[in-house]
Write a protein that binds this ligand. Structure first.
Ligand SMILES: CC(C)(COP(=O)(O)OP(=O)(O)OC[C@H]1O[C@@H](n2cnc3c(N)ncnc32)[C@H](O)[C@@H]1OP(=O)(O)O)[C@@H](O)C(=O)NCCC(=O)NCCS
Length: 150
C-alpha cells in the first residue's frame, strides 16, 4: 500500500471523486460540493492500491485526507474518507499519521478538526479529544470539534 500526494490531474480527479462519493453523494450533494476555497493551499494525501482490472494495472486512491493551516500554530484536518470496503483496515490511521507528520514538519503545535459523530472514536483512538459540539451538516450529521496538541 502506497501513501502519497496527488500530483497529476488524473490523481486529483480520482481523489475528489472518492471524497464526493463517501462524504457528499449519500446526502444527495452535487459534484463540486466536495471542494472548498483552500484546496490550492492544502496538503492532500491519498493511500493507493493497485487496480488490476485494467491493463496496464494502475494505482487508484482508496483513502484520502487533507490538511490546511489556520495559522502558524494551528492546522486543521478535513475530508478524511476511506472506500467502504477498505474501512477498518488501518488506512485512515495511515493517512492521519502522514498528515500529522507533514503538519509537525511545518512547526504547528495543535491540530483541530470537526468530526462526524460516527468518526469520533476513530479520532479518539488516534489521540484527539473532544473540545465541544460543533455544527450539524446537511441537517443530519452532528459534528464534534476535536483537538490534538503536540
Ligand atoms: C472514519 C474513517 C476515515 C476511519 O478510517 P478507517 O480506515 O476506517 O480507520 P482505521 O482502520 O485506520 O482505524 C484506526 C483505529 O480506529 C478505530 N476505528 C475506526 N473507525 C471506528 C469507528 N467508527 N468506531 C470505533 N472505532 C473506530 C479502529 O478500530 C482502529 O483501532 P485500532 O488501532 O485499535 O485497531 C473511515 O472509516 C471513513 O471514511 N468513514 C466514512 C467517512 C467519514 O466518516 N469520514 C470522517 C469525516 S470526519
Amino acid at each position: 500500500m502506497l501513501i502519497c500526494q496527488p500530483i497529476s490531474s488524473k490523481d486529483f480527479e480520482l481523489y475528489y471523486d472518492l471524497r464526493w462519493r463517501i462524504l457528499r453523494k449519500p446526502w444527495n450533494q452535487p459534484k463540486g460540493s466536495e471542494k472548498d476555497e483552500l484546496e490550492d493551499k492544502s496538503i492532500h494525501a491519498m493511500v493507493c492500491n493497485e487496480d488490476r482490472t485494467c491493463l496496464p494495472a494502475r494505482q487508484v486512491p482508496i483513502g484520502i485526507g487533507r490538511a490546511h493551516f489556520n495559522s502558524d500554530e494551528e492546522a486543521q484536518i478535513r475530508y478524511m474518507a476511506v472506500e467502504e470496503e477498505w474501512q477498518g483496515k488501518g488506512i485512515g490511521k495511515m493517512i492521519l499519521s502522514y498528515l500529522e507528520g507533514k503538519i509537525k514538519e511545518k512547526g504547528a503545535k495543535v491540530i483541530i478538526l470537526n468530526a462526524r459523530d460516527i468518526a469520533v472514536k476513530f479520532y479518539e483512538k488516534n489521540g484527539y479529544e473532544i473540545v465541544k459540539e460543533a455544527h450539524t451538516l446537511f441537517d443530519a450529521i452532528p459534528h464534534y470539534r476535536m483537538r490534538k496538541v503536540f
